[in-house]
Write a protein that binds this ligand. Structure first.
Ligand code: GUN
Length: 291
């Protein structure tokens, strides 16, 4: 019988720890941590993510500011808004929710963020530090997954970790973290992507399989070794006649057939999505404390 990795439980634990720390900081006369988020346009998924981030700030006692722009905002106007947040002493960290409209260069935007306020960990300075093992802001999804593995005492040392998907936000930083020397690292990592040959065979040799390919129910039972740990980063809206809304969330893993083979597996929803937000709050607390 598999064990469910409960993202909700872990994220509540992390948020409680952060809330305690915020109380201590404020009781000693310190400043309340403050996270800002920029949202461009009205993409449904981005709206949901950002609303969740703002609500989570309230839960831990952070201040939060949501800055919304029309999808027609020019790149220069957005760069000016980022400059203002960089200069604003009350803002400890901020994020620009991705994806951005096509006329705006995401690279330019990411590089405009002050690396000391880059709580998404997307700036090249932070990615470079991560690669070298120097303390830095770590992208929230991989950081949340590391917290999951730690809190469920899942050993990574000497294990074969297979990551499917090489995105800058998830797959690549995940591969760096798991292969690093020390706690929650020391794994042998294989990073698979769209050009990988024999993906099924490679996935089948994984002790820990991380699905971050962005393709609905891509990972099937025949790709998973008996007793593997499976982490599902996917999030897809799927039509359903069993829910009031008419849709449900599914991941990159075909949960019903994969779960019986696993020692541990994350559900969707209720898995990685929640720990990602908790990790963003951890980064913001780190930013506030290290100012
Ligand atoms: N879009 C999807 N995930 C993320 C994230 O972690 N941060 C930002 N800024 N945008 C995203």
């Amino acid at each position: 019988m598999y064990n469910l990795i409960e993202g909700k439980k872990i994220s509540e634990q992390i948020k409680d720890e952060i809330a305690d720390e915020v109380k201590k900081i404020v009781s000693k006369g310190g400043k309340t941590p403050h996270l800002a988020a920029i949202l461009v346009g009205t993409d449904g998924a981005s709206e949901t993510y950002v609303a969740s981030k703002v609500k989570s700030c309230e839960q831990v006692g952070f201040n939060s500011t949501l800055i919304r722009f029309d999808e027609n905002i020019s790149e220069n106007e957005l760069l000016r808004a980022i400059h203002d947040l960089n200069e604003d002493d009350d803002i400890d960290g901020f994020i620009v929710q991705l994806p951005l409209p096509k006329h705006i260069s995401e690279d330019k935007i990411i590089m405009a963020v002050d690396p000391n306020k880059d709580v998404d960990g997307f700036h090249p300075q932070n990615v470079g530090k991560l690669a070298l093992g120097i303390p830095s802001f770590i992208s929230a999804t991989p950081l949340g997954i590391i917290e999951m593995l730690k809190r469920y005492n899942i050993e990574t040392s000497g294990k074969h970790c297979v990551i499917i998907g090489r995105s800058n936000i998830v797959g690549r930083p995940m591969s760096i973290l798991l292969s690093q020397k020390g706690s929650s690292g020391d794994a042998t990592v294989t990073l698979c992507h769209s050009k990988t040959k024999n993906l099924k065979e490679i996935a089948n040799s994984a002790d820990i399989l991380i699905a971050a390919i962005g393709s609905k129910e891509f990972v099937t039972a025949d790709m998973v070794k008996e007793g593997a740990v499976v982490i599902d980063v996917g999030m897809h809206r799927t039509e359903s006649d069993k829910t009031k809304s008419g849709w449900k969330l599914t991941g990159d893993v075909k949960f019903d057939e994969v779960a019986p083979k696993c020692s541990f597996i994350t559900p969707v929803p209720g898995g990685v999505g929640l720990t990602t937000i908790a990790a963003l709050l951890l980064n913001t607390l780190f930013a506030a404390k290290n100012k």
